[in-house]
Design a protein around this ligand. Sequence first.
Ligand SMILES: NC(=O)c1ccc[n+]([C@@H]2O[C@H](COP(=O)([O-])OP(=O)(O)OC[C@H]3O[C@@H](n4cnc5c(N)ncnc54)[C@H](OP(=O)(O)O)[C@@H]3O)[C@@H](O)[C@H]2O)c1
Length: 259
Amino acid sequence: MTTENRLRSLPSGGTAIVLGAGGIGAELVRQIGASGRFDSTVVASRSPDSATVEALVAEGRGSVVASAVDVLQEQSVAGLAARLADAQAQIRLVICAFGILHEPGRTSPERRLEDLSQDNLARIIAVNAIGPALVARHLGPMLPRRERSVFAAISARVGSIGDNRLGGWYAYRASKAALNQLLRCTAIELKRRAPGAIVVALHPGTVDTSLSKPFQSGVPEEQLLSSDYSARRLLSVIDRLAPDDSGGFYAWDGSQIPW
Ligand SMILES: NC(=O)c1ccc[n+]([C@@H]2O[C@H](COP(=O)([O-])OP(=O)(O)OC[C@H]3O[C@@H](n4cnc5c(N)ncnc54)[C@H](OP(=O)(O)O)[C@@H]3O)[C@@H](O)[C@H]2O)c1
């Protein structure tokens, strides 16, 4: 399937918004922009002036615009919503593609209880769970009431409680489990308020980005996806979603993941 065929299930025109211009987020922006499906694609990043974001804007030839957002600052999420409202944007697609697992010199995933720290737990949950919840808080009420739209957040299979057999990575796992619950609540509420909206948690696979870099040694080569391939598969999952899928947790290959 070519990029041009993607996202046909969403009404054409309007605005797509991708938050986070990391490995997966940047690829999503590139492919959404290339699909020509939307009038504009907003790439929301803490660093809208970075070389990555500037390249995405240049490649998009005017259909990709940058916006400054740091989800640790709620006003910046509210500011994005206000800019979209001022532009009378018809929001068709929102993808939260930001998240942290480790930060050099600051945090790394816990292996044992003694590694837990209040600061680390709070920071990772603030970005990975509260961040998308704030995006839903500010952009959810702007989704069209009847027309089809999708609100997706990139979660992680390790956030599945039913699938947790290895333990460890306490803060990251807990943040993604909390994200999944927040998305499920959002899906239930939006079913009443905006029945056309589909809300999902997505697992991108193990993807070769800066987030997974320090943990790739045990990953078989064939299981390490490129960000280009993962983004392609995620967009095709989004394209196949039906209203009854809202509130679910899906992997890059379309399979459902247990909570
Ligand atoms: N890579 C994997 O194997 C893998 C597996 C499972 C799930 N995931 C999930 O996929 C998502 C994308 O990860 P990735 O692999 O693309 O990692 P990445 O390349 O490290 O990108 C993550 C991006 O998150 C954004 N971010 C971090 N803190 C933020 C904040 N306070 N406010 C706003 N944005 C913030 C940053 O974008 P800006 O610099 O543009 O702000 C950063 O580039 C994450 O949710 C991650 O948990 C990844």
